[in-house]
Design a protein around this ligand. Structure first.
Ligand SMILES: *[C@@H]1O[C@H](CO)[C@@H](O)[C@H](O)[C@H]1NC(C)=O
Ligand SMILES: *[C@@H]1O[C@H](CO)[C@@H](O)[C@H](O)[C@H]1NC(C)=O
Ligand SMILES: *[C@@H]1O[C@H](CO)[C@@H](O)[C@H](O)[C@H]1NC(C)=O
Ligand SMILES: *[C@@H]1O[C@H](CO)[C@@H](O)[C@H](O)[C@H]1NC(C)=O
Ligand SMILES: *[C@@H]1O[C@H](CO)[C@@H](O)[C@H](O)[C@H]1NC(C)=O
Length: 439
């Protein structure tokens, strides 16, 4: 049976891309505002990203300078410096590559005060707080066509580069190798192609790497998972190598690889990421094999999505140890057998989708999950009969469901990036197929 061309896939892909493309990437404005809020607290150290993207904050907060991130301030202090002159050379060279800038995003990129350019953010240099340098560039959603010239190597202090949703193409220049402070790199939704840029493997500060929605192809380098990344988005490219066993080394909390053509077996080493992994989306990447028992070790995972693959076997009982799980999607695979009760008993599980498999039995606990899709499996006649009897006995007007919790706040500043579909309103009671028989 061919699962891959069902309309549900098209809708899912469309919905996914819509969610991703329509949501704004975290803006530097928000980040700088959160920086200003906390700039009085110089001692705070950041062990993880906060909702507003503490990445920039973390970088800036380690400075000895007492000036907060404030464009006006930096402007006043900036006249002269060699670094800003270099930045001027770099940015003007870059602007020359712009074939089109339909919204005039860079129309104020004139004159020598680069700190006043739209999307360019200055801050005291980490190695010398008396020197102002270009620390961040945010051209998200500018739809600029252009390329990345080698002259950008005159921006070695970049901590943050956001170029999402533009039309940049061409080579990834080697200038990145000079960006020792770069820890947020977002090239998503551009026209880059070719092999994975190995220059990214040598960025010692990188924590957030997003190259989704490009045309990168070939091997996902095993060294990528040795980096200390907190979030990695590779989805919607043309990568074609199996996930390497080094995946176990990754400290990432968010891993999205969906919609590539990787093939290969389910990467059982992923279970070793239990200490950090919170959201993993391996949808539609051609995975074969079974889910290993060790998968139960992912006890921090809130989102686990392996839908639209070729996985088979039964769902391991051990998944009942994934106590943080809220969204579980194993739909459109070849799983068979019985759904373990332990899964449906998971305390936070809100949405369990296992449509289009060969599941033969679902325990009654599974019927209580608010958002559940069990369509197109082997006949669940027994569980449906049980439900009918249940109705008769209790004359229940609707399937009893636990009260719905308020949706959790986004866990990360980049949570909107993760293709977790938006929540639907609760379905109208009672669901027709479990309706009580006519009296
Ligand atoms: C994030 O930003 C919003 C508004 O910009 C603010 O209300 C909130 O307190 C910030 N959160 C943190 C953790 O800085
Ligand atoms: C300063 O940082 C410390 C450590 O992170 C934190 O406990 C404290 O609440 C912060 N104070 C302010 C005023 O933000
Ligand atoms: C702050 O800078 C010092 C020295 O440059 C470095 O050792 C330390 O790891 C940095 N801390 C953070 C949180 O980046
Ligand atoms: C930025 O700095 C200028 C000049 O020092 C000051 O007038 C302004 O209030 C500052 N803005 C913020 C948001 O701190
Ligand atoms: C539940 O998950 C499925 C698959 O990921 C998704 O299509 C559906 O919209 C989700 N439902 C809710 C209410 O989030």
């Amino acid at each position: 049976m061919n699962y891959y061309f069902k309309p549900t896939l098209i809708i899912a892909l469309w919905a996914t891309s819509f969610v991703i493309l329509s949501l704004p990437t975290p803006s530097l404005q928000q980040q700088s505002s959160s920086f200003e809020q906390s700039s009085s607290n110089r001692t705070s150290s950041f062990s993880s990203f906060d909702q507003n993207g503490s990445s920039f904050e973390r970088w800036s907060s380690n400075q000895s300078s007492s000036s907060s991130f404030n464009q006006t301030t930096t402007f006043q202090r900036s006249s002269g410096g060699v670094r800003l002159q270099n930045a001027l050379t770099a940015l003007q060279a870059w602007k020359k590559t712009f074939i089109s800038d339909p919204f005039g995003f860079t129309s104020n990129w004139v004159g020598s005060n680069v700190c006043s350019y739209q999307g360019v953010f200055c801050a005291p240099a980490p190695d010398n707080a008396n020197v102002i340098t270009v620390a961040g560039i945010d051209l998200n959603h500018a739809t600029i066509s252009g390329s990345l010239p080698d002259k950008l190597d005159l921006l070695p202090d970049l901590a943050l580069l956001h170029l999402s949703s533009n039309k940049f193409s061409g080579n990834i220049p080697s200038f990145f190798s000079r960006c020792k402070l770069l820890f947020e790199l977002d090239l998503s939704n551009n026209l880059f192609r070719g092999p994975f840029p190995s220059v990214f493997l040598n960025l010692p500060s990188l924590k957030f790497l997003d190259i989704r929605y490009n045309q990168f192809e070939g091997v996902i380098p095993p060294q990528l998972f040795n980096l200390k990344l907190d979030a990695l988005f590779l989805n919607n490219n043309k990568f074609s190598s199996p996930l390497p066993s080094t995946i176990r080394n990754s400290p990432a909390s968010v891993l999205v690889v969906a919609n590539n053509n990787l093939k290969g077996c389910f990467p059982s080493e992923i279970a070793k990421m239990g200490g950090t992994l919170e959201e993993v989306i391996l949808m539609n990447i051609g995975l074969k094999g079974c889910l290993p028992t060790s998968i139960g070790g992912l006890n921090k995972a809130t989102v686990f999505d392996v839908s639209f693959n070729d996985l088979t076997g039964t769902l391991p009982e051990s998944m009942g140890r994934m106590q943080s799980l809220e969204q579980l999607n194993v739909a459109n695979n070849k799983f068979y057998g019985e759904i373990p009760t332990s899964i449906c008993n998971l305390p936070k599980l809100e949405n369990f989708t296992y449509a289009n498999n060969y599941i033969t039995k679902e325990p009654i606990q599974c019927l209580m999950i608010m958002d559940k899709n069990d369509e197109n499996n082997c006949h669940f006649w027994l569980s449906r009969l049980v439900t009918k009897i249940f109705y008769r006995v209790y004359n229940a007007p609707q399937v009893p469901v636990p009260p719905r919790r308020a949706p959790p706040p986004p866990s990360k500043n980049y949570a909107p990036y993760v293709p977790v579909p938006p929540r639907r309103p609760p379905p109208p009671p009672p669901a027709p197929k479990y309706a009580p028989p006519h009296v």
